[in-house]
Ligand binder design. Structure first.
Ligand code: ATP
Ligand code: MG
Ligand code: MG
Length: 406
């Protein structure tokens, strides 16, 4: 890479030089996974330079980024060195070295969203404390430090009881359900013991899981994407349906809760708000991600402005785009590793080949070097005139069977 990102960042800071194109701010992204990759794809259309910091040489964003610095986003000196090369620092993962982000902010480095937001989000217990203090509805929760404490919480909240790791959780790794008091020790052990930092959540008897992507610009303008339904398999997001097939009132309430949650956090970017819809129509917050999210992948094909473009617009200070759907409906299907190694690649390829025959379908492949069970390897988005039309097309992709075959 021959360009000098430092110069770009500096030239932007001087108000005199005219901006060429949309923005000359070099965006530094901590993490180079599929979210970073799709950010690079959106950036390329706007000729915005995106640098990524990721320890893996062949991470998904590597080949598409303006520059890939190989190194850990959880290591102080590396993050500092990376930050020096960027005009604005953002994240595609919340498990980053937040102490360094705070230190850098004090030195004048522009972090979007703010380090304070990443700090709140990366500790799921602190996140819950924060949102409850801001009047956001959420399942009851309590810190647990020992077995006696866990038993007391079990008596209070009842069973099944959800035990969660406070930190480093993703794709449900960090969650364990205790169906009874007897199962508490094994649940705690499965999560690595109390010293890892655990808390308990009351079971949320949801009828649907919903999500809302909320964007906030640098001028604090807030814009919400349509409410979607997320369907999880083994705690991993599997299918996303847009728009969510719920009552108008539910959509309004979900959007309001998501708006209020994001409004309580600092900084620009897109945020994903995961929600539970209960039988009696309540909306409870599950968690927030301070970055683009799996529940927003469909926006690439289905919305006027994708979540990735929106995130870039937000962090570099451009006006936010239109988040509304430009197609009546869309479904996103995650390609999850079904088997390790070559067999896994073969199975994924069969799915992809079928998807390529479907009108309205787009295949995204993240180019991860290794196939592992349950790993997010890519996704397929299908757009169409209605959810039921898309569902029958998705059945062709997943089951290889057309409804008129039988
Ligand atoms: P992500 O990959 O979204 O970051 P995560 O590892 O942070 O996932 P959570 O979002 O906390 O995990 O939970 C994963 C899934 O587990 C939820 O989407 C939901 O299906 C289920 N779940 C979480 N909390 C509860 C709860 N309190 N009651 C019932 N089910 C729950
Ligand atoms: Mg999470
Ligand atoms: Mg989640």
């Amino acid at each position: 890479c021959q360009a000098t990102p430092q110069d770009d960042a500096l030239s932007l800071r001087s108000d005199e030089s005219p901006v060429h194109g949309l923005s000359e701010v070099v965006v530094g992204v901590l993490g180079g996974g599929q979210l970073g990759r799709m950010m690079c794809q959106a950036a390329s259309q706007m000729a915005i330079k995106v640098m990524v910091l990721d320890p893996q040489e062949n991470c998904p964003a590597s080949s598409l980024s303006y520059h890939h610095m190989v190194g850990s986003f959880d290591e102080s000196t590396t993050v500092e060195e990376f930050a020096r090369r960027c005009g604005v620092l953002t994240v595609e993962i919340e498990h980053v070295d937040v102490d360094t982000l705070e230190k850098l902010e004090k030195q004048g480095v522009d972090c979007q969203p703010k380090a304070s937001t990443v700090r709140i989000i990366q500790d799921k217990y602190q996140q819950k404390v924060h949102f409850s203090q801001h009047g956001i509805p959420l399942p009851e929760f309590m810190k647990i430090d020992d077995l006696e404490g866990a038993k007391k919480v079990g008596q209070l909240f009842g069973y099944p009881l959800m035990i969660k790791s406070r930190r480093l959780a993703y794709d449900g790794r960090g969650n364990c359900v205790a169906k009874s008091e007897e199962e508490l020790p094994s649940a705690v052990n499965a999560l690595g013991g109390f010293h890892r930092g655990l808390y308990a959540e009351k079971w949320a008897p949801f009828v649907k899981e919903l999500a809302v992507i909320v964007a906030r610009g640098r001028d604090n303008s807030i814009s919400c994407y349509p409410v979607v339904e997320t369907i999880h398999r083994d705690n991993i997001c599997h299918i996303v349906k847009a728009p969510a097939n719920v009552k108008w009132k539910t959509r309004e309430l979900a959007t309001e809760v998501a708006f209020n949650a994001v409004n309580s956090l600092e900084g620009a970017g897109v945020f994903a708000v995961e929600l539970f819809l209960t039988e009696d129509g309540q909306i409870l917050l599950n968690e927030v991600a301070p970055r683009p999210h799996n529940s927003g992948h469909h926006t690439i094909e289905s919305c006027y402005t994708s979540q990735f473009e929106q995130h870039l617009r937000a962090v570099v200070g451009l006006p936010l785009g239109d988040p509304s759907l430009k197609t009546p409906a869309a479904i996103m299907y995650n390609i999850l590793g079904e088997e390790e190694g070559d067999l896994g690649f073969q199975l994924a390829h069969q799915l992809i080949k079928r998807a390529l025959t479907i009108p309205g379908a787009t295949v995204h492949w993240y180019d991860k070097p290794e196939m592992r069970k349950q790993r997010k390897m890519g996704h397929i988005t299908i757009v169409g005139p209605s959810l039921s039309n898309i569902e029958s097309n998705l059945a062709v992709v997943v089951e290889g069977k057309r409804s008129d075959d039988n």
